[in-house]
Each structure stands twice: as structure tokens, then as C-alpha cells.
Ligand binder design. Sequence first.
Ligand code: OSB
Ligand code: MG
Length: 369
Amino acid sequence: MKLDKIELVLMKLPYVHYFETSFGREVDRTFILVKATTQGLTGYGEVVASQNPFYSYETSSTAWLMLKDYLIPFVKEQGIVEPKDFAEKTRRFKGHPMAKAGLELALWDLLGKREGRPLSDIYGGIRTNIDAGVSVGIQDSASQLLDRIQCFLDQGYQRIKIKIKPGWDDSICKTIRKNFPHILLQADANGAYNLKDSNDLKRLDEFKLLMLEQPFPAYDLWDHSRLQNIINTDICLDESITSEVTARTALEMKSCRVVNIKVGRVGGVVEARRIHDTCLKHGIPVWCGGMLESGIGRAHNLHLASLENFVLPNDLSASDRYYAEDIVCPSFRLDGHGTIAVPQGPGIGIDPVEERIARATVFSETFTC
Ligand code: OSB
Ligand code: MG
């Protein structure tokens, strides 16, 4: 068996509300949808690289180039269909994990559809409902942030993550804790601090955060270890964990006590599951991070988060928290317990809506195999 064709679709979806982090504010999401087709079945993947290289060096343009010039021709030449085969053989291409993950995800969905099994089943997941948390960006004012938090709590989200940066940290945590003393609250700095800020970050201990995510830049594993020695709050690494080896290094160096797993950041599900297993062996809990995905990426994340060691609330929220009109049907909702159900059909288990995809399409290109 071989693939018949691969299609890349550059998409742009407007957010229902701007999303601001320590690296800036965005009002819409640019991403690439990957479709891999064989024998009348199509698998869907999402490349989570953004329009700008702020979260990581990849962008939708670099990912498009990697896919078009290297990954797709390679898949074609080697006759690759199996996602594990893809993951191992494309190691020869250095870097560009988000580009690789997008195509690997499409092959996983296709595998699930070929076998008539949901991905969570193929992965060996143990959960049918995933604990939903929400990531709330930096707002124009503290009162606006409090209103948004209240609104998400009313909807049943199990924990709130806020974005912090120098000047929007200590005092905003104090304000939140005054209004919501007992909620599960965590903060994500997206690398906005450095070792010199350690004493300021130590002051966050009094707010009993569930964790402090990525205080320092991605490469600063040793400095994270020094900070973890100083502060009581558990450090969680996101940007720093790019592979199973960096995860193991971070755990051995005691750079963190929690790990955020994102398929795009680590280059695919094969690597994500390795990180999951290593963390489990070390007694380190993980949770599934998000990149404001469309319903396609979200469906993939839900299947992954069904694995045993995803024991903390995830950045997996309902479709309407991100987009007015998601590109899958039905869209994702919270049930009454602050969880989202893992779709139970074959593959990702949810149907993309082609008319909506067409409406959000900027550009597309088809490659016959
Ligand atoms: O650091 O977790 C992050 C979104 C874009 C880039 C980086 C991050 C995020 C989020 C959003 O926090 C989480 C979500 O998808 O709900
Ligand atoms: Mg993060």
C-alpha cells in the first residue's frame, strides 16, 4: 500500500477574543492542515506552527517549505504510510518538529481509519474523558481578567492558567487569589524571565500555584534547575522539552517537577509517547499543552491525553473558547464534569466540515504520490 496524495491547506481562523502572551498579542490563527489519502480514506493532521517565530523558530512558511521540499517527496520516494515508520525515517531531517508532527498526525488518523479504531485505543489510552483547563491570555486590565476567569469557572473548567510577564505577575496573582482563593491556578511565562529574576519569582510561592510554566527561555535547563532549588512552586517545562532526551535530561537535572507535552513541539506522537513513558518512570506527572488548535489538532490532543500519566488538567478547552465556527462537527464541548469526551469513531473520530475548511482556506496545494 502507498499514499495516493497529500494535500496541504494554509488556513486562517479568527479568534473569538485576542490571545496575548509574554511574546505578543494575536487575533487569528494561521496553521496548515495536512490531508493524507489512500484507498478512499483521508487522514487529517494539523501543523501548529504560527505565522511568526515567537513561540519557537518554526513558522507556517518554514513548515510549508519543509513539507513541500523534503518530507512529502521523501514519503513519496520511500512509499511510507505507517506513522511509526515516518517518525523513524524522517529523523535524518534535522529540526522542524511541527512540520513533521503535522504529517505524522495525518498518518495516525489514516491508520485509525484503516483499522476502524479510535486513536486512543491504538495508543493504549485509559481515559474516555479528559480534564479540561483553560489558558487565559494577558488582558487590557485586571478587572477584565477577573471577568474572564469567572466566566470560564462558570462553564466548569477545572483549572485556570494565566499568562505572565514582568509587570503582569506578582500583583495580578494577588488580585486573582483575593477573588478566587481556592481555584487551581497556574502561571505560564513563555520564557520571559531569567536567573536574575529568581527572587521576584520566589514571591509567587505565596499564591500556591499549581505550577509555574517555562519561566526561562527554552535552552536554560540548568538555570531552571537552579530556580527549582530556590522556589517551592513546581516548575513545569513546555518550550524546553523538545524530545525524550531533553525530557530525561531535565528530570535528571531536576529542572522541573511537571512536564507539558505538545505533539507539535516534540515532532509527533511517537516522540510524545516516549516522553510520556519517561516521565511516568520518573514519577513526574504530565498534561497536554495546546497551541490554540482547530478541532483537528484538538481531536488529536484528546486521544493523546487519554494515556495514563496525563494526570493534571490539560490546555484542552471547548471549541467556542477559541473559534466562533470550528472546522469539525460536532464541535468540542465541556460536559457537566469539566471534561471533554475523547471522540470514539475511527482515527480522530470526528468529521471535518469541508465547506468550513474551504471558507478558512488561504491557499492549498495537492501532491500526488
Ligand atoms: O505556552 O502553552 C503555551 C498558545 C500558543 C502558544 C503557546 C502556548 C499557548 C497556550 C494556549 O497557552 C493553550 C491552548 O491551546 O488552549
Ligand atoms: Mg506554555
